[in-house]
Design a protein around this ligand. Structure first.
Ligand code: PLP
Length: 423
């Protein structure tokens, strides 16, 4: 693609990049803003990497979620993208929040969200963070071990606990169950231990692994939760909360997979937790809401060409954002994401095997483990990566003195009005 006509009507009000959000007028789109910003920087001779966050995406994701899973309350996973306006829009839309630390609790409570809309869903918490949750009235806490129960009994005896179980996660891009979750066989003992400590366990949770590709994983996990509910009731707990965790894919094009997951979940819920049993169902979606919110734009700051022994030309492009910035998670993704190249080519360009490196002095700082096929590009060329809203800027560091990527928020007047009604 090419950046387009500078006189293009964007429909954006006021200056393009104020610290205030950009309000899109009729016909304006976040994609146009991306191209306009590239153009603006190019005219100024600057190459700064940036992101545009289209906050309207949050509202449409929310609607899709509620339509497909009408009996499930989403508690957005803050770790995924904790930009203040992302959280504000979600708070105004009425989601709950899954927090993993005192810092995330502080951030969400600081927006005026009621503690009853928060689950502290890290099964292994520092004592001081548990104490903070107790002081602030955040009652829902997950656990998966007896040691955690001992800490909670001492520092937050009034907590409403949710037992996180292990589940099948081999069909997910980012498995979590080696680190978190109790084996179902161990749950009877944990529920008994909680009872003896005078703690209330109110439900069960799981996480099928982030970016799950196997909808049936939810079915097995829900069936396992049913067994845990029975164990809990036998131990004298009032089991009333089922937490489906996250795992729903968020990248554009994954809608069909999400719909299939929703069908599996709705059927499993009807079978194992039929209506009328009074069980509240929540989930902790992160990437489903956030992934397609952001588009990242980076610049090629250096280039090297080499010849393979067979005469094949290879290229290395050095970008101004990399592993230590917003692209940390790329190295763990199985398929490299091919960027959109902002350049006009005379015809179908010749493609070359390319390695994309980040800007720091660490050789580990590359975007993808594998090479990708790209046309011949030059220093100063721009690359666009869509679907960059989940686990990107929230994982960035300033290693080697490179600043955290600038993110520009864009929204429609409707979302701005919604924000004005945020808590
Ligand atoms: N809940 C918990 C406890 C998590 O650890 C995570 C991600 O690591 C999430 C929810 C969000 O998962 P996802 O982004 O796959 O929806």
């Amino acid at each position: 693609i090419h950046p387009g006509d500078p006189r293009e009507q964007l429909g954006a009000s006021g200056s393009l990049w104020p610290s205030e959000p950009i309000i899109l007028g009729p016909g304006g789109s976040a994609r146009q803003l991306v191209l306009r910003k590239i153009q603006e920087l190019s005219i100024e001779g600057r190459q700064d990497p940036f992101m545009v966050a289209d906050l309207d995406v949050l509202a449409s994701r929310h609607q899709t979620f509620l339509q497909a899973l009408p009996q499930v309350q989403p508690f957005y996973a803050v770790k995924c993208n904790n930009r203040p306006r992302v959280l504000l829009v979600l708070a105004a839309l009425g989601t709950g929040f899954d927090c993993a630390s005192q810092g995330e609790l502080e951030q969400v409570l600081g927006l005026g969200v009621a503690p009853s809309r928060i689950i502290f869903a890290n099964p292994c918490k520092a004592v001081s963070h548990i104490q903070y949750a107790a002081r602030c009235g955040v009652q829902l806490l997950t656990f998966d071990s007896e040691e955690e129960l001992t800490k909670v009994a001492q520092h937050h005896p009034g907590a409403r606990l949710v037992l996180r179980i292990q589940t099948q996660d081999s069909g997910s891009t980012f498995p979590l169950n080696a680190k978190f979750g109790a084996q179902v066989e161990a749950c009877g003992g944990l529920l008994q231990a909680a009872r003896e400590l005078g703690l209330a366990v109110v439900g069960a949770s799981f996480h099928v692994g982030s970016d799950c590709q196997t909808p049936q994983s939810y079915r097995q996990a829900i069936a396992d939760c049913r067994r845990v509910f029975e164990m809990g009731r036998r131990a004298g707990h009032h089991m009333s909360l089922l937490d489906l965790g996250g795992g729903f894919p968020g990248i554009e094009g994954s809608e069909a997979k999400f719909e299939e997951m929703a069908r599996v979940i709705n059927a499993a819920r009807a079978e194992y937790f039929p209506e009328g049993t009074g069980v509240q169902v929540i989930a902790e979606p992160g990437r489903f809401y956030a992934e397609s919110v952001c588009t990242a734009v980076v610049n090629i700051i250096a280039k090297k060409a080499s010849l393979e022994p067979g005469g094949q030309r290879k290229l290395a492009y050095y970008l101004n954002e990399g592993y230590y910035g917003a692209f940390r998670i790329f190295l763990r993704e199985p398929v490299p994401r091919t960027p959109i190249v902002v350049k006009e080519f005379p015809s179908e360009p010749c493609l070359f095997p390319c390695t994309l490196y980040g800007p720091t002095c660490d050789a580990f700082d590359r975007l993808f483990p594998k090479e990708m096929q790209l046309p011949e590009l030059d220093v100063g060329d721009w690359l666009i990566f869509p679907d960059m809203g989940a686990y990107k800027s929230s994982m960035s560091s300033t290693f080697n003195g490179f600043p955290i990527i600038t993110v520009y928020d864009a929204m429609s007047p409707q979302i701005r009005s919604l924000l004005e009604s945020a808590p």
